[in-house]
Every structure is written in structure tokens, then in C-alpha cells.
Design a protein around this ligand. Structure first.
Ligand SMILES: [Zn+2]
Length: 361
């Protein structure tokens, strides 16, 4: 009997203590956390405003998901009121379901199904209202905000800090930041082919055509150079020059980086199109390289030399999906002649453009 009582109390200790421990730490945590108390959704003229009420200032980060397109917001140091409505279907052409849930111990995640692009929505925070001490995170969807119900204290708060920029994963070229890098330039002619044709001139001609096509499609295009110059400084060293091109893309937080080159070989027989991506790069870079290569071949009818991995500086050190295209051979008389013609550079640019368009589909 004595022994049975001992066993009973031992079990009781094992069972009860972890529960008490959790309850205490949850209580402590909750006191320091922000309670997401309410989600309010209003629609007006096909525009949607979603407001989250929080008991304390919070930090949040936003990101974009696809299939279906969603904007997601992780609110740190927050817990969800049990009373909150967790799923709402919004009757609007630009916003579908809005879901909110406790993602982990201190993160509340809001996911909004939407078909608007990065330019079509805005997320900002508002400080506590003097009367209610409620902090708000506001999501506005739709092109213009002026018809939405007014929210007092319109100035964004410094109390709620977005921690990362919003990556643009929406499909389509429109709104994308694309960095085009015409290979070589200035003191560096690149490969020199038959009749003295220079790689740096062909890469610039193709890049300018491509810039036009992408700009017409609504992309923000940034060129590492638009004339016959070194990018870093006149007569820059090779690594310095390449780093300058990488810097352009990384500073712009571009969605895509493409370096355009012409191939060359000791034998004038060598010909065809190849693309490269960094050997330790992402599947996105590989996909980009594949699509650009097939796009070029479709337009120019060049031989397929494949997509290859590499250790090239510009695709290695850029922080976004990146590829390098060797469009054709300057050392091959036929391809050299084709790529010095306006028709040839136009076709090459169209092929690269088609590849980029497919990449963003
Ligand atoms: Zn080159």
C-alpha cells in the first residue's frame, strides 16, 4: 500500500509538473506579446482594406507566395485572440480568402489571396489611437486608395517596423526589376572576331534591344552600362569591373540578373548558343538559363550547346536568380555576321525576352 501511494505521487509529479511549467511560461510570454484582437475587412469600389488590431507595437515581415497568388505577413511577438475570425471570404475582384492563424509560439501569420501585383497593394502601420491604445496594421488592395473608408492618423508609424522588403513573386514581367549586363565595354573589348568585330559592341546592341522589349512589357530595366564604357571606372581591373556589375544588381534588389556575352574559340568552326548559371546556384537560376537559351535558339536557329554550370563572378555573387548567355560565336564568320546585323541583334533580343517572359509565367 505504501509503495502504491509512492508510485501514485511519482506519477502525479510527472504528469502535473510539465503542465504547470508550460502554463507559467505561456502566461509570462503573453504578457510581453502583442494580442491580435480583431481583423476588420472593408470593401469599396473593388478596393479592399484589411485592418489588424494589435494590443502592442509589433514587427512584421511580408512575402509573396504563388499558386494561388498570396501575400503573407508574419507578425512577430504576437498571439491570436481566440475570438478572432480565422477565415473570411472577401467579395471582391482583387482579394479572395483572408486567413489568420497562430503560425508558431510567437508568430501570427496572415495570408491574403490576391491577384494584384506588387504595385497594387500597400501595407503600413498606424500608432495607437489615444482613446483605445490599439495599434493597427493596414493592408490596402487595389490601385487607388482614395475611395477607401478613412482611417484616422494616416501617417505611417515608426513603432511597427517592416523587417524585410517584399520580394516580387507575382507572375508576369510587369513591375519586375531586371538588370541587364552587356558583357565587357570600354577598355575591355571582350572577344574579337573575324573582320575585327568586338564582343562588347554586340552585347551592347542586343542589350539595348532587350531593354526596349522589357520596358514595353512594364519591367523596370537597369542596365549596367548603356555605352562603350567600363562600369567601375576607366581601365578598371577585371574583378573590380565585375564587382561593379554585381553591385548594380544587388543594390537594386533586382528580381533577375542577366549577363549577355558572345562566345569565341580558336577554331572558326565552333558555333552555337549556351547559357550558364552558378554551380551552387538555385533551381531558379538554372530554369532562367534554360529558358533564355531555348528562347535564343528559337529565334536565331543556332546550334544548341546546352545549359552549363560555371563559377563566373557575376552569376556567383549576385543575390537573385542569375544567368549568363553566350549568344553565339564572334569567331564564327556566319554567326559573327548575323550578330552584327540589326536583324540578328533584334532576333537575339527577342529570344532572350521570350525566355525571360516564360521565366516569369
Ligand atoms: Zn564575354
Amino acid at each position: 500500500m505504501q509503495r502504491n501511494i509512492f508510485v501514485f505521487f511519482s506519477l502525479l509529479i510527472f504528469i502535473v509538473f510539465p503542465v504547470i511549467g508550460q502554463a507559467a511560461s505561456f502566461g509570462d510570454r503573453v504578457n510581453t506579446m502583442s494580442k491580435i484582437e480583431q481583423i476588420r475587412i472593408s470593401t469599396a469600389d473593388e478596393k479592399v482594406r484589411i485592418v489588424l488590431d494589435a494590443s502592442k507595437p509589433v514587427s512584421y515581415k511580408t512575402f509573396v507566395l504563388s499558386n494561388p497568388n498570396r501575400v503573407a505577413i508574419d507578425i512577430k511577438g504576437a498571439w491570436l485572440s481566440p475570438d478572432i475570425i480565422k477565415e473570411t471570404l472577401v467579395d471582391s475582384s482583387c482579394v479572395g480568402k483572408v486567413r489568420v492563424r497562430q503560425f508558431d509560439a510567437d508568430t501570427v501569420r496572415v495570408v491574403i489571396e490576391t491577384n494584384v501585383s506588387q504595385n497594387g497593394y500597400e501595407i503600413f502601420s498606424l500608432p495607437a489611437n489615444a482613446n483605445t491604445s490599439i495599434y493597427r496594421i493596414v493592408f490596402d488592395f487595389g490601385d487607388e486608395q482614395k475611395n477607401l473608408p478613412a482611417v484616422v492618423e494616416e501617417s505611417p508609424s515608426t513603432l511597427v517596423v517592416p523587417t524585410v522588403a517584399i520580394p516580387n513573386a507575382m507572375p508576369g514581367i510587369r513591375g519586375k526589376t531586371i538588370v541587364i549586363d552587356p558583357g565587357h565595354g570600354g577598355s575591355d573589348s571582350g572577344a574579337v572576331g573575324t573582320k575585327g568585330i568586338m564582343e562588347k559592341d554586340i552585347t551592347l546592341a542586343i542589350s539595348k534591344q532587350l531593354q526596349g522589349l522589357l520596358t514595353d512589357a512594364g519591367a523596370k530595366v537597369i542596365m549596367t552600362r548603356t555605352s562603350d564604357v567600363d562600369v567601375a571606372r576607366p581601365s578598371a581591373e577585371a574583378v573590380e569591373e565585375l564587382q561593379a556589375r554585381v553591385d548594380v544588381a544587388n543594390r537594386a534588389r533586382a528580381d533577375l540578373f542577366l549577363s549577355i556575352h558572345m562566345d569565341s574559340f580558336s577554331s572558326s568552326d565552333a558555333k552555337g548558343t549556351s547559357t550558364y548559371y552558378y554551380a551552387k546556384g538555385t533551381p531558379a537560376s538554372q530554369r532562367l538559363a534554360n529558358l533564355v537559351r531555348s528562347g535564343i535558339i528559337e529565334q536565331l536557329g543556332t546550334e544548341d550547346r546546352g545549359t552549363k554550370t560555371c563559377n563566373f563572378y557575376v552569376v556567383k555573387h549576385t543575390t537573385m536568380p542569375a544567368a549568363l548567355a553566350e549568344v553565339a560565336f564572334v569567331s564564327n564568320p556566319g554567326e559573327g555576321q548575323l550578330l552584327t546585323s540589326t536583324d540578328g541583334t533584334k532576333k537575339a533580343a527577342q529570344g532572350i525576352y521570350n525566355g525571360i517572359r516564360r521565366y516569369f509565367q
